[in-house]
Design a protein. Sequence first.
Length: 403
Amino acid sequence: MTDAYIFDAVRSPRGKGRIDGSLHEVTSVRLSAQMLNAIAARNGLSGHVVEDVIWGNVTQIGEQGGCLARSAVLASDLDQAIPGLSINRFCASGMEAVNLAANQVRGGAGGGYIAGGVEMMGRVPMGSDGAAIAVDPSLAMNTYFVPQGISADLIATEYGFSRDDADALAVESQRRAAAAWAENRFAKSIVEVRDINGLPILSRDEFMRPETNMQSLGALKPSFKDMGEVMPGFDKVALMKYPHLERINHIHHAGNSSGIVDGAAAVLVGSKEWGAARGLKPRARIRATAKIGTDPTIMLTGPVPVTRKILNDHGMAIGDIDLFEVNEAFASVVLRFMQAFDVDPEKVNVNGGAIAMGHPLGATGAIIINTLLDELERSDKEIGLATLCIASGMGAATIIERV
């Protein structure tokens, strides 16, 4: 099979996902088009140069509906002969877009692709599209459905993580993100977002709270305690699935969970021959991809089994990986990953993560691949693994190797 390579990757800064966020005036289509234009301009792409644009976005309704990927192509400077495919694997949508592009290249279905994703959470609220697993009683009852926050607290209870453990990880995420920005570690990939008049409106992640400490986090109330214990009482549902637990310890709050933000990212994927024909030098080889289903109640443990799968399928061991990007959907997700593999915390999310900078659902998978690639180059490391937990119980992973 043909190897697939990453030639370039860009991302927007992440804006606060609310009405006063810097990106609130920008639609998903327009932000996506800016990322497409940026990656095309940086690499001198013109004409019907890529086979497809594969674009992840989760809440596919309203302005984020109607095959957003094709709309973004038409709103960009790309040739209209390039089609567009919108995909949704919840939080891993941006990663799955990259993985699908890589596997299309491997299978000989075109030489080059642009893949990535977008989510404007301040404009199109999370969950506003509805979801059968949450609203259809026949499905929700049979799967013991609970909201993700309850699942995150269930992970903490099942695997013994305390509130202090989660808060300490959050403080470290903020510290690392602030240090990364201070040292311009993201400069290679960040594309300044401009308004409809071409004026700059955001050039750096604006969700960060570098002043965060254990004391400030300690003052926050658990976000999911009431919905778990009082109304509608989701703890009882979770405990029916996990009856060996006496109660659920609610440790998560806004400070140790991922932030609601707006953002987009794009990755240029192709064969070595496709790149050579256009004078492009590959930065990394996409060595492996994987996905898996997991228990939909505890829901967010997917990074552990999918990492085991991707390593086993490709004859690798955890010690072969130099750096890890594990999406910080909730602190317990990362804590469980490090516990399961006994991974050195200094190799995980070394530039901070979604707790500090936010989690634009459809874009995050592409963002963490981008961040991983930049850090492998900066720190002169060779192999990195990116992985995410996924709503309704799934996991996805990608292994990349510097060229």
